[in-house]
Design a protein around this ligand. Structure first.
Ligand code: FES
Length: 135
């Protein structure tokens, strides 16, 4: 486990999302959603082309109706709590979950040990992902 602190939980309102770059890759490698009183963290990675980003602009991970997560490359929709694709070219496939917890001070933390979202890009700076790793 390699826990990274993101932000106070209350700064992401119900029905909202926010991207984070805990590895300093230069773009969001994961995003956190607050949906129906629950929190989830997902890699910013779409199972369709197995890459990201999914958002059309910073932190824009929701569908137009605000009822599903969306990949804006080809319009796939995902259940915010299960990550399952419910419509689009990757129907039946899922987003990758990132372990998430809230510390005693109310800050959200994620385990970055298994984070893969940027692996299809050229390594930069301190990027330690293995190119070609498919796990
Ligand atoms: S890359 Fe996400 S829907 Fe095509």
């Amino acid at each position: 486990m390699n826990w990274a602190t993101l932000c106070p939980a209350e700064t992401i309102a119900p029905g909202q999302s926010r991207g984070f770059d805990p590895l300093g890759s230069g773009r969001a490698s994961l995003f956190v959603v607050n949906w129906q009183g629950q929190w989830r963290a997902w890699e910013d990675w779409c199972p369709h082309w197995q890459t990201g980003p999914m958002a059309w602009r910073k932190d824009a991970y929701w569908s137009g109706d605000g009822q599903a997560l969306a990949c804006h490359a080809h319009g796939a929709r995902f259940d915010p709590l299960t990550g399952l694709c419910t419509l689009g070219p990757c129907l039946g496939q899922s987003l990758r979950s990132v372990p998430l917890r809230q510390d005693t001070q109310g800050w959200l933390q994620v385990d970055t040990a298994g984070l893969h979202a940027i692996r299809n890009e050229e390594p930069t700076g301190s990027d330690t992902f293995n190119q070609g790793d498919t796990t």
